[in-house]
Design a protein around this ligand. Sequence first.
Ligand code: ADP
Ligand code: MG
Length: 306
Amino acid sequence: MSRYVISLGGNALGKDADGQKALLKGVAKALFPLIKEGHDIVIVHGNGPQVGMINLAFTESQSTPLMPFPECGAMSQGYIGFHIQNAIDNHMAQSSLKRPVVTLVSQVIVDRHDPAFDHPTKPIGSFYTKDEAEILTKTMGYVMTEDAGRGYRRVIASPKPIDIVEKDSILTLLDQGHVVIAAGGGGIPVVFENHALHGIDAVIDKDHASAKMAEIIGADALVILTAVDYVKIHYNTDQETDLKRITVSQLEDLMAENHFKKGSMLPKVEAAMAFVKATGHPAVIASLAHAEDAFKQQSGTLIVSG
Ligand code: ADP
Ligand code: MG
């Protein structure tokens, strides 16, 4: 029996509630063999479009109070977790398998002095005119930047995850045989100040959060499931080549040659490397479509130490 952290990307979740429910049926099917074999499983998922949608709805509504960003993150963990639990429960019921599946609202500690707070990069919410943007900066203290000629948008920081507040609960649930969905959207970012935890406006990259999770819970493997079958070099050119098995030091060289796009494949490669370096255990970056083979290390890019 092994312990896995599985990171689910945007292609597992779709664009709205109905689309998400439909796509997650496929996810439940892909994860079923692993669940059936009795492995310890923690699922970490993304939430970019979902938390954006929630935030936008509250921002545009005239009749509801503004919802702070960490609370929007918590809401997204709740409803995405509901859909994942529901999909796995229903798939198990088809074959009379019973394992408890649970979503944990998870806080992830970040450092207020993380350099990411000096240079916020993640756009969220709607587009504004220059005048509206200036008012938001004055009244709300938002950092606003121009977004590719389409108007002004709020940007927030993407700091690195340091620790998972609910880690003891996650470990207890795993020991009891529960499938755990945790640190959704990278976790709700919190800072520890004046002897208390406080939510902070930020987004933690879910790939980095899944690597931190895998390290903390002592996972045997980190499996990052996304939309492509392999990490590639010379991506999108006629020299494009799949990476099948690669060491951390080989990957470091390729990273220096800029083969992996910032904001999409780079965080996955960095997260995989961080986990392998910290633990000596392997990481796999593979497609959701070939998840079953990826768990057996027969599909996807296998990252090993060395
Ligand atoms: P997720 O929602 O799973 O985090 P992302 O879109 O953020 O997915 O990242 C995966 C995407 O990264 C791939 O679908 C692909 O379009 C893109 N990508 C960028 N560089 C590479 C590369 N070198 N090899 C493979 N895919 C790459
Ligand atoms: Mg991504």
